[in-house]
Write a protein that binds this ligand. Structure first.
Ligand code: ASP
Ligand code: MG
Length: 418
């Protein structure tokens, strides 16, 4: 018998019929003798609907009240799911975040989990219940309801698995695993049987929407065995989705590059002709940081005649604000001009094999050059290389890189043939 935490996304909970399907899947695991904690999201579209309602009444809503409102989506889900489980003759009991006592900090709309009191859940499990815990929410030290940021039910699932020391955390979603690239862009993208935790973390931060990045961080910190699966496969399916692994196991599928990620959520700003002297980066990025705007890539050019250009990227939603801040400070910075572009995209290759293989980045640049795709910015880490390109070439870049690194081929099969 093992203890399994299952998280179901909004699409999986999208209608009464879908909820019945989720209940049947849970029943199958219970029949196999497992103990189950289930974390559902709000029904698909519900969180957006609630937030839109809030904004209709007040365009600048209080973050505390937003959380009171948004957290109700998951409360409805846990109750409905328990009813469906009761219909199948299963014992099931629901808990909101505050009833479990999932304690968070007080950063409304993006709170972090600090601790989980698990005694109620354990007692119910021991009494033979399926325990259904609302995703996405908690309570701060002052007793206020908080939410964990969009996609936060993933983090609730992983955090419950960590707190309960579960054998596995299964994330059921509308895709059946993690792919070598977005299959909507690359038709022969392949599902990965495994991906290392580090690669998953990079992929999540580079634009893969499969898991909320905080949930991956959490899994890494507490070594939670995490698996991504589809809730759309048949209930009796034994499909194992994609497992996120921690050890670099020799027998595992091991490619140099595991996936190509893309992201069109960023915009680029260039400050032209600034004097090249100490303090210049600070004078540009300081006010941006003060406005709580995150900066991703940064490039400073070599200077000619004492002047240099300075480029960086921000989230597209914050592009206008960042431009305004810099325009207002143009004279103080001593810049000749400020230009921006919000039609850019970031395309990245990710793989732990980059640590031990030289020349991967140059192969990437060569492949893009061959297609005439201009690279505007580059950034690298140990296990990824990202480039910024014109948005209109994004899909082409993803396809070309997928082909260049032969990601459509299964390395385990290749090895068996050899
Ligand atoms: N319902 C929340 C959202 O839509 C949390 C989640 O689904 O994970 O972001
Ligand atoms: Mg999600």
């Amino acid at each position: 018998m093992s203890l399994i935490v299952q998280k179901y996304g909004g699409t999986s909970m999208g209608s009464p019929e879908r909820i019945r399907e989720v209940a049947r899947r849970i029943q199958r695991f219970v029949r196999e003798g497992h103990q189950l904690v289930v974390v559902p999201s709000a029904m698909s579209g519900e969180t957006n609907r609630l937030l839109a309602l809030a904004k209709e009444l007040n365009p600048e809503p209080s973050a505390r009240e937003l959380d009171v409102i948004a957290s109700t989506g998951e409360q409805v889900s846990i109750g409905l799911l328990c009813l469906a489980l009761h219909n199948l003759g299963l014992k099931a009991k629901s808990y909101t975040g505050w009833q479990v006592r999932i304690t968070t900090d007080d950063a409304f709309t993006k709170a972090r989990i600090l601790s989980i009191e698990d005694s109620n859940v354990r007692a119910d499990l021991d009494a033979g219940h399926v325990v259904v815990v609302a995703g996405f929410q908690g309570i701060d030290a002052g007793g206020n309801i908080t939410t964990l940021g969009r996609g936060g039910s993933d983090t609730t699932g992983v955090a419950m698995a960590a707190a309960l020391d579960a054998d596995e955390c299964q994330i059921y979603t509308d895709v059946d695993g993690v792919y070598t690239a977005d299959p909507r862009i690359v038709p022969d993208a392949r599902r990965l049987a495994t991906i290392t935790f580090e690669e998953m973390l990079e992929a999540a931060s580079l634009g893969s929407k499969v898991l909320q990045i905080r949930s991956v961080e959490f899994a890494g910190k507490y070594k939670v065995k995490l698996r991504v699966l589809s809730s759309f496969t048949d209930v009796s399916s034994t499909d194992m989705g994609t497992l996120i692994t921690f050890e670099e196991d020799e027998s595992m599928e091991q490619a140099i590059i595991s996936n190509v990620a893309h992201n069109r959520d960023e915009a680029k700003i260039t400050v032209l002709g600034v004097p090249d002297r100490p303090g210049i980066a600070f004078s540009i990025l300081g006010p941006i940081a003060d406005a709580n705007i995150d900066v991703d890539m940064i490039i400073q050019n070599a200077s000619t005649e004492g002047l240099t250009d300075f480029s960086f990227t921000v989230h597209r939603n914050e592009y206008k604000r960042a431009m305004e801040i810099l325009q207002a400070r143009k004279a103080a910075i001593g810049a000749k001009g400020i230009v921006g572009d919000d039609r850019i995209a970031k395309v990245s290759i990710v793989g732990i094999g980059m640590r031990t293989h030289a020349g991967i980045a140059s192969r990437m640049f060569g492949a893009l050059a061959q297609e005439g795709i201009n690279i505007q910015m580059i950034s690298t880490s140990e296990i990824k290389t990202s480039v910024v390109v014109d948005e209109k070439y994004m899909e082409l870049a993803v396809r070309v890189l997928h082909k260049t690194f032969e990601l459509e081929k299964d390395p385990t099969e290749e090895r068996m043939k050899a």
